[in-house]
Design a protein around this ligand. Structure first.
Ligand code: ARG
Length: 459
């Protein structure tokens, strides 16, 4: 059967329904750059090894250039019967320069070819995402610096816990994203490996210079086992896992923005340009963007589980199941890139409502830990102090008062250790100031952390 790369041993044509079901061209055409880049390097290597002449190599490279231009400009016709991007480019090459076009498939299978394309694509996407994380971190730092002195309630169990600097809260996300970036960089090392030379599964019989190919393609090293090279997709999975973790971090910040913009909290205002309304309730202003990022996190988790499940039962080596790796990969790349880009912009569209936040830190006994610490400084054990402050809160609650609203004689009834200096411990600013411990919310520490973060982003 003519027309198919594998048509030799077939007497009749494939059924149309089979062509349709088998085809991946509608999504893997996205790999055309990587596919052509790989073929160009391979062509140069064949010439260097004397497998084709320099003149032949020049003709092939020229034609590949043309095909690249045609696809890039939208002047290339894709056709479902040609299965995938590898077949399309090979056929186009032969159409342009005749049987010579087939020369660059000497010693190469679609199995090592698709592995290379997928590695290059994952690598390029990882580098792009690392840069987008940096942009996002910069926006976080800008927002922190814009509100450098703002004290807000810190929460545990979503109950007011202790006063903290907003900048400290935002820098927590800087740290999470810093680890995500490290994970992408580590995964990149394992992606940056050349599978070519593995051919179908056992390695090629031709004198392919793999080291030369890896240098040409700017890959760090070559795969050590041809069967592993054509059959594993762990680098794709690592990429998606790292992305899932990143999305989880973004989603948590989204959740906070959503909560903070409720009427119940009313801590922030998202600009009109970055919010939406309701078609029926005229008063509504909805935080769709953080909601969507939170929602899209689920997609990326789905992609991870989808590919893990696809891979789990596959015997070595290549199986067509593995064609199912691309859509989860592409969808993850698109989702993560779009989410990071819009989230960076969104951070510039947030205003903190200082008055409301100030009111919130004054109610809810956020300084209770500090009052207990005060008693410890006067010689009480912490457990006893904890209990005593609990009693004081119960009593204050009856009169709907905060701790700093109790007068000294009332406080002394709980403990004679309490003196006038106690009031200095009950002010949220002093609570924050006392936490100048490494990693704490004390203003000096937060300032240092901001400086350090900015330095890290420069390097
Ligand atoms: N479209 C295929 C994929 O993405 C390319 C590899 C095909 N190899 C094969 N032996 N049929 O996995």
């Amino acid at each position: 059967m003519r027309g198919k790369l594998w048509g030799g041993r077939f007497k009749s044509n494939t059924d149309k329904i089979v062509d349709d079901f088998n085809a991946s061209i509608h999504f893997d055409k996205r790999l055309f750059r990587e596919d052509i880049e790989g073929s160009m390097a391979y062509c140069k290597m064949l010439a260097k090894q004397g497998i084709i002449t320099k003149g032949e190599a020049a003709t092939i490279l020229n034609a590949l250039h043309e095909i690249y231009g045609e696809i890039e400009s939208g002047n290339f016709t894709f056709n479902e019967t040609l299965e995938d991007i590898h077949t399309h480019i090979e056929k186009a090459l032969v159409e342009k320069i005749g049987p010579l076009g087939e020369a660059i498939y000497t010693g190469r299978s679609r199995n090592d070819q698709v592995a290379l394309d997928t590695r290059l694509f994952t690598k390029n996407s990882t580098i792009r995402i690392i840069n987008l994380i940096k942009d996002f971190q910069l926006s976080l730092i800008e927002l922190a610096e814009k509100n450098q002195d703002l004290i807000m309630p810190g929460y545990t169990h979503l109950q007011r816990a202790q006063p903290v600097l907003l900048a400290h809260h935002l820098l927590a996300y800087y740290e999470m994203l810093k680890r995500d970036m490290e994970r992408y960089k580590q995964a990149l090392k394992r992606t940056n490996v050349l599978p070519l030379g593995s051919a179908a599964l056992g390695g090629t019989t031709f004198n392919v210079d793999r080291e030369f190919l890896s240098r040409q393609l700017k890959l760090e090293t070559i795969t050590a086992n041809s069967m592993d090279a054509v059959s594993d997709r762990d680098y794709v999975l690592e990429f998606i896992f790292t992305s899932a973790l990143l999305m989880m971090h973004l989603s948590r910040l989204c959740e906070e923005l959503i909560i903070w913009s409720t009427q119940e909290f009313d801590f922030i205002e998202i600009s009109d340009a970055f919010a939406t309304g309701s078609s029926i309730m005229p008063q509504k202003k909805n935080p769709d963007i953080p909601e969507l990022i939170r929602g899209k996190t689920g997609r990326v988790y789905g992609n991870l589980i989808s590919l893990l499940t696809t891979m789990k039962g596959l015997p070595l080596t290549y199986n067509k199941d593995m064609q199912e790796d691309k859509e989860p990969l592409f969808d993850t790349v698109d989702t993560v890139k779009k989410s990071l880009i819009i989230f960076s912009r969104l951070l510039k569209e947030i205003d903190f409502k200082e008055e409301n936040i100030k009111e919130a830190i004054e109610k809810g006994y956020l300084v209770a830990t500090d009052l207990a610490d005060y008693l410890v400084s006067k010689g009480m054990t912490f457990r006893e102090a904890h209990h005593l402050v609990g009693d004081m809160i119960l009593s204050a609650k009856k009169g709907e008062r905060e701790l700093h609203e109790l007068d000294l004689s009332e406080m002394k009834r709980f403990s004679t250790l309490i003196e006038k200096d106690v009031y200095g411990w009950l002010d949220p600013l002093s609570c924050v100031n006392r936490r100048n411990i490494a990693g704490g919310t004390g203003p000096e520490m937060v300032k240092k952390a901001l400086t350090k973060a900015k330095e890290e982003l420069k390097s």
